[in-house]
Design a protein around this ligand. Structure first.
Ligand code: FES
Length: 304
């Protein structure tokens, strides 16, 4: 029963294209604000995505308001008014940080996920308003009003949390979207070596998997041709300072290791071992035990 209701709710949100117009306006407003604050430049954007953690930053921060406001609920029930207000305040600080990182992630989503994200953010804003009011009222000694506002906010944040989970588990936002179907046991021929130009990514095929080949400073690099963020084609990207840049949202990956240097992708791109045999470039997945770009990885690549 509950599952059917939630499924209906989700399908209604995902299929409602009336959400696209406000979504578009919000995206434009965000881009304007970020340009103004310089967040689109340097590492600030990557920091908000969680590149420094190798994990999306936003979901970690959402635990703060959920935990703090649940604590406030219990403290209210037990009549601890002062500590309940402190818990509400802590939740507010966490919710603001989660809002900043969440908006930063949301602007690089599309279609159904973008609509769900918009409703998720709207509910969070309503909850933030209710808890902000609750905190204010408690500060003025009106604890009854503060408790009522918190009671109204709690189900809102619970539904919003459910939508946030949907973005992760159903739409895989924040998950590593790299294709990992290549057979790790053998090398696959992908392209005659002479056909790979210097400094320009090239798309090739290894079995069922698309591969982005890059020759940089004479070395051949290969990555699975799917950005870990939302599967953007890296072979249509470009090189910048020893990194390949995804053409969709600008994530940059170190060529040798696949390490994400700038978000929205926080997971590494999947680098492949390469070697040349009889004038052909061949690839296969790196052995799991090999540190990317480390000594053993270099040895396995088959390059001098
Ligand atoms: S698909 Fe979004 S940065 Fe590559």
């Amino acid at each position: 029963m509950a599952q059917r209701v939630l499924d209906r709710l989700l399908n209604a949100i995902e299929g409602d294209d009336r959400l696209d117009r406000p979504g578009h306006r919000l995206e434009q407003g965000l881009a304007f604000a970020q340009n103004l604050l310089g967040v689109t430049r340097g590492r600030a954007r990557g920091f908000l995505h969680g590149v420094w953690l190798g994990h999306p930053f936003h979901p970690l921060l959402t635990d703060i308001p959920i935990g703090a406001w649940t604590t406030a609920l219990v403290l209210d029930l037990r009549g601890h008014e002062r500590t309940a207000r402190a818990a509400v305040g802590l939740g507010l600080a966490g919710a603001l940080a989660a809002a900043v990182t969440g908006l930063n992630d949301w602007q690089y989503t599309h279609d159904d996920a973008r609509r769900v994200g918009l409703v998720h953010g709207t509910l969070n804003t309503i909850a933030l308003g209710l808890y902000g009011w609750s905190w204010w009222q408690r500060g003025r000694g009106r604890h009854g009003r503060g408790r009522i506002a918190a009671l109204l906010g709690y189900p809102v944040i619970a539904i919003s949390g459910y939508l946030g989970g949907t973005l992760t588990y159903r739409h895989r936002i924040g998950a590593d979207q790299t294709d990992r179907r290549l057979d790790p046991r053998r090398f696959t021929r992908v392209l005659p070596e002479r056909d790979l130009p210097e400094g320009r990514p090239h798309r090739a095929r290894a079995g069922d998997v698309d591969v982005a080949l890059v020759r940089s400073d004479g070395r051949v690099h290969a990555l699975v041709d799917a950005c870990p963020h939302l599967r953007g084609p890296l072979s249509r990207g470009w090189l910048r300072d020893g990194a390949i840049v995804c053409p969709w949202h600008g994530s940059a990956f170190e060529l040798r290791t696949g390490e994400s240097l700038n978000g929205p992708a926080v997971h590494p791109a999947q680098c492949l071992q390469t070697r040349v045999r009889d004038g052909w470039i061949e690839v296969r997945p790196r052995a799991a035990a090999s540190p990317p770009g480390g000594t053993s990885a270099r040895r396995q690549e088959g390059w001098p």
